[in-house]
Design a protein around this ligand. Structure first.
Ligand SMILES: [Zn+2]
Ligand SMILES: [Zn+2]
Length: 145
């Protein structure tokens, strides 16, 4: 498999950590990036059936978690039931529709460090702090009206 520009940051990070560059890792990284939206592990698994059939669900989960640990994707828990993976790693917020589960980017950042500080004072060890606006997306709001 010839490396692409998308592969390079992943290959560099894996090599720096002494981890193996596998076809699964490269293809899953490409898939998440190509979709350029929030995907579940199940969606990635389904998409792999074409490119790398036979890849197990646990491999997909482990690889997505590895990509998150490497800082190449962001995990989002928008309260829709499934963890989502976001190829956009710079700070941004999300809206989550509680009817259809659609999760969209909101280009707004806010200083959440006071929230993080409060959590720390309460003896909590925060790993991430994020804003999720819960409600109805345009389509669902219209369908209900
Ligand atoms: Zn909706
Ligand atoms: Zn996002």
């Amino acid at each position: 498999m010839a490396p692409t520009d998308t592969d390079k940051p992943l290959i560099d990070l894996l090599r720096a950590r002494g981890q193996r560059v596998t076809p699964q890792r490269l293809v899953i990284n490409r898939l998440v990036r190509e979709r350029a939206r929030h995907v579940t592990a199940e969606e990635v698994h389904a998409a792999l059936a074409r490119d790398l059939p036979g890849t197990s669900a646990p491999t997909v989960y482990a690889t997505l978690d590895l990509l998150a640990d490497l800082g190449l994707v962001r995990r989002i828990d928008a309260g829709t039931g499934a963890t989502l993976y976001d190829a956009r790693t710079e700070p941004h917020s999300h809206s989550a529709c509680r009817r259809c589960g659609a999760v969209e980017d909101l280009d707004a950042t806010t200083d959440l460090s006071p929230v993080e500080d409060a959590a720390q004072r309460a003896g909590f060890q925060p790993q991430r702090v994020e804003v999720v606006v819960s409600g109805l997306c345009r389509r669902c709001a219209r369908a209900r009206a």
